[in-house]
Write a protein that binds this ligand. Structure first.
Ligand code: H2U
Ligand code: ZN
Length: 346
């Protein structure tokens, strides 16, 4: 009997150099029976304007402000912001109960006036406008705050409150934990190896078994250390540390790849694919040594539009765990059509 290691047969751990966390890969579990929860199918919104939607043009928001008849993207201050520009500082910390002041700004960005068109369904011009808004908001808020977290929660499964395509931007006067970990890891990698960590990743993964889609400027991969089944990492193939540093051509090619990736996601289970995605760039106001801009996509789905991965049990108490290997996940995403299923003749 051969005991040679095979990544798609033998349990093993992989390390994420960005977060320092590990994932336990258990490919031999892929065939276990499923008797747990079946999520309802997300059939997607069919309407283009919903009179009850607080994000549609011309409608009233929850706090009483009326949206303008916006023709493209629309950014507004979150009516229920998690951070405020001015807040009093808590009392001086003691060694046990540590608190610090937290200020910032939160905005909501409507991707389009169309209530029913998600990123992959937008026209190329409309998708391009979303990229512009991400970059412009980063530049504007980055002038005032060290961290500008651009993200999108998509789908009810991810706790998104409204199907109208939208994302959020939370700028903070502190560097949040995930960004701080990545900052330390990328600076540490540069110090230890004299190279930019994610430049090395992009170079070694281009055209490889974990690539999902690529163009001349960008690369989307299922990272070697992915913990969510169909998690992807979107990387520039050139040197840039922040969204605000992207030039016009790079924004155009980014728009293309975001649509190509999200189209494949939707096609995987022929559903509007839920995920949380967001951008990480070097904190503003300091040097960007070791940094490369990137986006993470964290989708919860596992084996159909109805079956999700739960990060519970061992994942909550020990470390992340996955069954399908990152290589298998990338192969599945490469195998689906590049044309969105709603645009294909049936
Ligand atoms: P999510 O669906 O991703 O949670 O985003 C909705 C955001 O929109 C949420 O942060 C804000 C919520 O506070 N919101 C408004 O600012 N105004 C409203 O009228 C409703 C929702
Ligand atoms: Zn709407």
């Amino acid at each position: 009997m051969s005991d040679d290691f095979q990544a798609d047969r033998h349990p093993h751990r992989r390390r994420d150099p960005l977060s320092g966390r590990h994932v336990l890969v258990s490919p031999q579990r892929g065939q276990r029976p499923w008797l747990g929860a079946n999520e309802a199918f997300d059939t997607g919104a069919a309407v283009h304007h919903d009179p009850a939607c607080y994000l549609c043009p011309g409608n009233l928001r929850a706090a009483g402000t009326r949206n303008p008849e916006y023709p493209g993207t629309f950014v507004f201050d979150n009516d229920f912001s998690a951070v405020m520009p001015e807040t009093p500082a808590p009392p001086a910390a003691d060694r046990l109960f540590v608190a610090e002041r937290a200020t910032g700004a939160a905005r909501v960005i409507c991707f389009s006036p169309d209530h029913g068109a998600t990123l992959p369904e937008l026209s190329p011009e409309a998708a391009r406008a979303v990229i512009e808004a991400w970059c412009d908001q980063s530049a504007e808020l980055g002038a005032r705050y060290p961290s500008v977290q651009v993200f999108e929660n998509k789908g009810e499964m991810m706790g998104c409150s409204n199907p109208h395509p939208h994302g959020q931007i939370w700028a903070t006067d502190f560097v949040p934990d995930e960004l701080a970990r990545e900052d330390a890891a990328q600076r540490g990698w540069l110090a230890a190896h004299g190279e930019v960590l994610l430049a090395e990743v992009a170079e070694r993964e281009a055209g490889g078994e974990r690539e999902v889609v690529a163009n001349a400027d960008w690369l989307a991969i299922v990272p070697y250390w992915a913990s969510w089944p169909f998690e992807t990492l979107l990387l520039p193939r050139f040197d840039v540390a922040r969204l605000s540093g992207l030039g016009p051509n790079q924004r155009a090619s980014l728009s293309e790849i975001v649509q190509a990736l999200t189209t494949r996601y939707d096609n995987l289970f022929e559903t509007s694919f839920p995920y949380s995605m967001g951008w990480h760039g070097a904190p503003f106001g300091g040097d960007a040594r070791g940094w490369r801009l990137h986006a993470h996509f964290y989708p919860p789905l596992l084996r159909s539009a109805a079956v999700r991965k739960f990060m519970v049990g061992f994942e909550m108490l020990a470390e992340a765990q996955r069954d399908i290997t990152p290589e298998q996940a990338a192969a599945r995403l490469r195998a689906v059509s590049p044309v969105h299923y709603k645009r294909r003749p049936r």
